[in-house]
Structure formats: structure tokens, C-alpha cells
Design a protein around this ligand. Structure first.
Ligand code: FAD
Length: 285
């Protein structure tokens, strides 16, 4: 199934992201989580690649299981910063052999001390390579609060346009906590002639460790409404979890009623939290 066809429908697309287990854990350790998440019937499920020290070859295995065992369409992430063309090609071949036809083409983060390989410099080049190889539908990542390495918001949008022109059929955004930053970004995209659907990345924050890590990694700004919640409940884990879920639901309700094309839920492999979000917004899509 071509995921971008889902946006032809009036309904808001609700999708999930999962990550493979760490290299030290067996792949089976994530099966229970996958099954519970798939039971919630997301429109599709994306599977990260090599992020945070996970084994990248598990991406294909997990995407295959999601699609063929649990019957949910899969979007496999693939990065290029540390890969040659041959290596990327081999990964794509393994996707193809397993009937994974939707991929999220990413540059990937530059790891300090590990010089990037030189076959690809940007996700737009990877997108072009995948399109030339053929047989895949490609999506791309985008950054409502501007990619941390970008010179400014204008060059970032112009670079994003190159990725779309290279063949990205829809975009998934970095997480954000202030919907206005997403609305402003969407406006900049439309002005730049980027017309593809953009899914809003939402991460329910359910513990303080997670928030510190996320903000240092992606630089999302924290509205005062959000910071007040974190401060008030930081020493009460269950209250913090419930407040974080309520905040994410509030963000989703606002986005859906404003006509967002899709919401991509960063589930952090937590079916309980995903279920609460689906219960909160499932009937509003
Ligand atoms: P690009 O689109 O290449 O952009 C990176 C930077 O280069 C930007 O500053 C951009 O403005 C600039 N740029 C782009 N094109 C050009 C050009 N032609 N000329 C000059 N400058 C240019 N990381 C993982 O390791 N694994 C994952 O599974 C993963 N999944 C992700 C999913 C989503 C939805 C998002 C938002 C991010 C994900 N990431 C993942 C993180 C991502 O790899 C990093 O944010 C990375 O730094 C940028 O990747 P990109 O594909 O957006 O890069």
C-alpha cells in the first residue's frame, strides 16, 4: 500500500513510531509491544533505523513483522550518513525481499568522532537514489522549529523543498510542544511551494528523564503551560504521566480541528500511553 494514498481521505491519519530493541536485547523482546500497538490500529507504523544504539538490521525484521504478522502497513526508516551507496542498496534489497515498499529517507545524525561517509550528504540525495532504484514510496523528515544545523529557517525550507522535489511524497515532523510553531512552519512550506501532506510529530512526555533527553536532542521549545506541568508534577510519576498524556491529547485536538493531515505519535514503545491517546482522540480523526 502506498502510504501517501491515505491522505486522499478526509480523515486525519494517525500513525505510530516504534524503535527496535537495543543491540543487547533479543528482537523478540519487542514483539509484545508491537502486537499491543498494532491492536490499536494505527494507519501505519514507522520503524526507526539505527537510532540510539539500536541494531539497524532489526528495522527490516520489525517492519516485516508489523506488516505481515499484525497486518499494519509499515514505513521503514533508513539513514545514509554512515553508509555507502552499496550498503544502502543492500538494505533496500532486504526491504524489497520482504515487501516493504514505504521508506522514510533520512540523512541521520552525525555521530561525534565518526566521520560521515561521502556517498550521500543530505536526505535529498538519498531520496533521489531510492527513487532511481525504483519500487519504493518515499517520505521525508521536517523540522517545525528549524533543523539544529540549518543556517536559518529560510535555507532549511529551501533544502526541504529539494527533498520533496527529489521524490518525498509526504513529510513527518520532528516533535514539538507548541502547535503554533507547526502552523507557522506549514505556512512557510506552502509559501515555498511544498504542497505534500505534513504529519505532526507528537510525543506524550511521561517522565522527566525523557523530557531532558528529548529537548537536548532535538531542541524543542517548551511553552510555559508545558513547563508548569513538568515543574508541578516532577516528583509524582503517575501524575506527571497523566498530565503529559493530557497535554498531548490537547495538542492533538487542536491540530485535528485545525485540519492537520496526520499525527505521528512517537510511542516510545509504550502501548499504555498510545492507548490513552487513541482513546482520547480516536473518534475525532
Ligand atoms: P536532511 O534533510 O539532509 O537535513 C539535515 C540538514 O542539512 C538540515 O540542516 C538541512 O537544512 C540541511 N540540508 C538538507 N539538504 C541540503 C542541501 N541540499 N544543501 C545544503 N544543506 C542541506 N535518525 C536516525 O538515526 N534514525 C531514525 O530512524 C530517525 N528517524 C527520524 C524520524 C523523524 C520523523 C525525524 C524528524 C528525525 C529522525 N531521525 C532519525 C533524526 C534525523 O536523522 C536527524 O534529525 C538528522 O540530523 C537529519 O536528518 P534529515 O533526514 O532530516 O536530513
Amino acid at each position: 500500500m502506498r502510504i501517501s494514498d491515505l491522505y486522499n481521505n478526509e480523515k486525519t491519519v494517525l500513525s505510530f513510531e516504534v524503535f527496535p530493541p537495543k543491540k543487547t536485547s533479543p528482537i523478540e523482546s519487542v514483539y509484545g509491544v508491537l502486537e499491543e500497538l498494532c491492536d490499536l490500529k494505527p494507519a501505519y507504523m514507522s520503524v526507526t533505523y539505527g537510532a540510539g544504539g539500536t541494531a539497524s538490521d532489526n528495522t527490516c525484521a520489525i517492519a516485516t513483522r508489523v506488516k505481515h504478522t499484525y497486518g499494519v502497513e509499515a514505513l521503514a526508516h533508513i539513514t545514509c550518513v554512515n553508509s555507502s551507496k552499496d550498503e544502502v542498496s543492500r538494505v533496500l534489497d532486504s526491504f524489497k525481499e520482504n515487501d516493504i515498499e514505504n521508506v522514510l529517507a533520512l540523512r541521520g545524525d552525525i555521530v561525534p568522532g565518526l566521520p560521515p561517509k561521502t556517498d550521500f550528504h543530505h536526505a535529498s540525495e538519498l531520496t533521489e537514489f531510492i527513487k532511481q532504484k525504483g519500487g519504493f514510496y518515499v517520505a521525508g523528515a521536517c523540522y517545525p522549529e528549524v533543523h539544529p544545523e540549518a543556517e536559518n529557517e529560510i535555507t532549511d525550507i529551501l533544502n526541504l523543498k529539494k527533498k520533496v522535489d527529489a521524490g518525498a511524497e509526504f513529510l513527518i515532523s520532528q516533535l514539538f510542544f507548541d502547535n503554533q510553531s507547526f502552523y507557522d512552519f506549514e505556512k512557510r512550506c506552502r509559501l515555498a511551494g511544498i504542497t505534500v501532506p505534513i504529519e505532526a510529530g507528537i510525543m506524550p512526555v511521561v517522565n522527566t528523564k525523557q523530557i531532558q533527553r528529548m529537548v537536548s536532542l532535538c531542541g524543542a521549545s517548551l511553552p510555559s503551560k508545558f513547563s508548569r506541568i513538568m515543574t508541578r508534577y516532577e516528583s509524582r510519576p503517575e501524575a506527571l504521566r497523566d498530565a503529559g498524556i493530557a497535554y498531548a491529547i490537547d495538542q492533538c485536538v487542536d491540530l485535528i480541528s485545525s485540519g492537520v493531515r496526520g499525527i505521528h505519535l512517537y510511542t516510545m514503545n509504550n502501548p499504555y500511553v498510545a492507548r490513552r491517546i487513541v482513546e482520547g482522540v480516536g473518534k475525532l480523526l
